[in-house]
Each structure stands twice: as C-alpha cells, then as structure tokens.
Design a protein around this ligand. Sequence first.
Ligand SMILES: Cc1cc2nc3c(=O)[nH]c(=O)nc-3n(C[C@H](O)[C@H](O)[C@H](O)COP(=O)(O)OP(=O)(O)OC[C@H]3O[C@@H](n4cnc5c(N)ncnc54)[C@H](O)[C@@H]3O)c2cc1C
Length: 428
Amino acid sequence: MKKGIVWFRNNLRLHDNEALSQAIAQCDEIIPVFVFDTRQFRKDVWGHSKTGPFRGRFLFETVKALKNALQEKGSDLIIQTGKTEEVLQKLVTQYEAQHIFAPKAYTSEEIEIEEAVHRFSEIHFYHTTTMVHPADLPFYVAYLPDIFTQFRKAVEKQAPIRKEIPEPDQISSPEIVPTSLPKEQFFLAKPLPKDHRAAIDFKGGEAEGLKRLQHYVWETESIATYKKTRNGLIGADYSSKFSAWLANGALSARRIYWEIKKFEKEITKNQSTYWLIFELLWRDYFQFIAMKHGNRIFHSSGLKTQKKITSQNEEIFEKWKNGKTGDDFVDANMIEIQQTGFMSNRGRQNVASFLVHDLGIDWRMGASYFESQLIDYDPCSNYGNWLYVSGIGNDPRPGRKFNTKLQANKYDQDGTYREMWLEKPVGA
Ligand SMILES: Cc1cc2nc3c(=O)[nH]c(=O)nc-3n(C[C@H](O)[C@H](O)[C@H](O)COP(=O)(O)OP(=O)(O)OC[C@H]3O[C@@H](n4cnc5c(N)ncnc54)[C@H](O)[C@@H]3O)c2cc1C
C-alpha cells in the first residue's frame, strides 16, 4: 500500500492544487497535514511578530475551512503546532508514509525547512503559486530579465497559461487520529476588534476566496472597470482584494486567469480585464525574482552591490508606524494598516517611499512591519516591492520617490480618505 503525506503550506485549497492531485494519483492513501510552525509566530530581529494578528486569524480561518473541505471528501487534515520538520518526521513514521507531496517555496526560511524534511523523506515538489508555470518560461530562471517589461513582453508572447487542475471528487485516507486547531491565543494576544472603516471584511478559506472572485468578476463586474478604479483608496471594489487569498493559496492565480478569460468571452474584453492579468504577472515576476536571486531580496543592498547609508532611528520609525509623521496622507494610510491589516497599493507605495526617501530609514524595518501587519503578506511580493521602491530592486531608476502631497491631492482630492482615518478634517 503506497501512502503519501500532503504537506499543505501556501496552497490551502482543493482546486488547482497539483501537490494534492499528484499525491492522490500516485498513492493509495493520502495523509493531509498542516503545521502551524512556531518559528513563523516569533518576533523577528526588528521586534515585530512575524505573523501578526490579522494574518494569524485569517490563516486560522483558512486552515479550519480546509479541514472541513477535506472531511467532506472523505479525508481529514492533521493540524499540528511545532517545528514542521519534526512534526512531519513523526507523522511519516506513525502513518508509514513513503513520500511527501508539497508545493515548492522560493524563499530561504521555507527552503531550509524543505532541506530538513528532505533528510528523512523523499519529497515531490510542485509549483502551485504562480499563474505561469516556471517550466513554461521562455528562459531559464537564471536568465530572468531584471526589468519587468522585458519579462512581461516575452511571457505574454511565449508562455502558455496551463489549464486548471480539477478538484478531487473523493480522497482515500487511512484512519486519521483527530486533531484540532490551536487555541486563538496562539496568534491573538487579545481579541481583534472590527473596524467599520475596513475596506473589506476579509474571511479566510477557499470558499471565501472563490466567493470574492465571483463577486468581483460576475456579480458586480468590477473587473470591467479595474484599470480606472485600481488607484482608489476607499471601499471594497476599487481593487480586487484577491491578494489575501492568493498569499496563502486559498485561491489559485490560474483560476483567476481563466475566470477573466471566460468573462472576456462572455461579457467584455477591455484594458481593465487585461490589467488585472498584468498585475498577476507582477506577482509572478516577484516569485521568479526570489527564485533567481535567493537570499539577496532580504539583504540591505538588495539586488545591487552598493549599500545605501540609512538610519535605524527607532523614534522616527515608531512615528511612521503609528501614523504620527505629520504627513496626513502617510499617517492616514499607516492608521489603516494598523487597524485593519490592509492598505491599498497606492498607499503602500507612498508610505514605503516616505519611510525610505523622506525619513531615510532602513527599508528592512518597514518591510518587517509590513510582514507582521499585512493580511496578504507574501515574502516575494513584499520584499520585491520594498526593493523596487527603495531603488535597489527591479527598477532601473535610483528609487521611486513619491511626492506624498501631490499624491494626496491627486488620489484623495477632497480629503475624504484622510478624514476617515485621521478622524479630523484635513488641514485642521
Ligand atoms: C511596499 C509594498 C509592499 C507590498 N507587499 C505585498 C505583499 O506582501 N503581498 C501582496 O500580495 N502584495 C504586496 N504588494 C503589492 C500590492 O500592493 C498588493 O498586491 C495589492 O495592493 C493587493 O490588493 P488587491 O488584491 O486589491 O490588488 P489588485 O490591484 O486587485 O491586483 C490584483 C492582484 O495582482 C497582484 N498585484 C498587484 N499589484 C502588485 C504588485 N505591485 N506586486 C505584486 N503583486 C501585485 C496581487 O496578487 C493582487 O491581488 C506590496 C506593494 C508595495 C508597494
């Protein structure tokens, strides 16, 4: 009897999940496992909890939903807390599993765990994160262009998008010893209050991600105006909000792609429908950049060789974090992320630029705060974007310095956004 463990990581879904479908195809019985790795919940060198409460709760909801979905298919999800490699080693012995099936990760902490697991078990890896499969790129990752436009043009011309992998009907598993989710205190020191100003009430889980896709594409047809609205700051539908489900893999990028293609065929095809796919290519690009450059995306000099002189002044940094810099556009955005775990793309660009170029603070401190705070944190997208804004990543220019006053006047002309978060009239 061939038995395989499916090690769920950032592929927390049943649809379009090659690690899961291959395990089912190659084994008689599968044992699905998720580990809340304690290292992901400790403090980092800058003093931020690596997984803050917003993403912690979202992950908790996602894992709970996955367990229910697997049970409906006749299987279950083993949920454990600890060091992933230690947990998996015990389970391999306990369930006499010969193989482990898992999504491939591209960043160092995750790769270290893969190597530790590989010491005691065979692992089969699958690329379940990106829209374009890395094997379909028109170049080796080592030759990935360091300019996005070059990458995009080549990929748009030459890389096919694979069809989705269907969800399994039934899953055969051995008798699985019941396990349950960790207590909420594991990731929540105190209950998280709901903020009525939040752009959207993010709820974790595959069904919720698919519901959001349905809402954005079919129910509201917001996809058809995305290019016009995507720089917005307020509300649920100025942008897709897919990022949180994409980040932990509750929603597949390929599912979004094919849904948009269907919409283009049945309803309308325009610049907006193209632009969302364009943004998903940015997401892919940062995954491939991490694959190509490895640990360098976390280094202070990024992808460049020359280090920039920066400050690590705690007092200034705390003011930025707490929305007390005195720049009302930056402050409003920083309060939004502090209260809700989300911030628009326009906001992220501005606050990152302000921290790095106006305040002169080490970009890694900002990236670390985002890692802790963002509900949609993804190592490749977060660090890739911080490098980009700081001028040490994939932007040929020496940095993206945003004039936050001009940006505020353009994107928050009447001050509604700032008033909403600062709770005082703009200019007061
Ligand atoms: C400093 C900084 C840090 C960021 N950190 C993250 C992060 O940790 N996780 C994350 O998913 N995004 C990150 N982004 C990118 C972007 O801001 C978010 O993906 C976007 O705001 C999420 O909202 P949405 O899903 O409504 O986006 P939409 O505008 O609806 O875009 C659709 C999807 O395209 C992808 N996308 C859009 N813009 C980008 C981009 N610039 N880079 C990579 N992918 C993109 C996302 O997957 C997004 O869900 C960061 C941007 C900056 C400037």
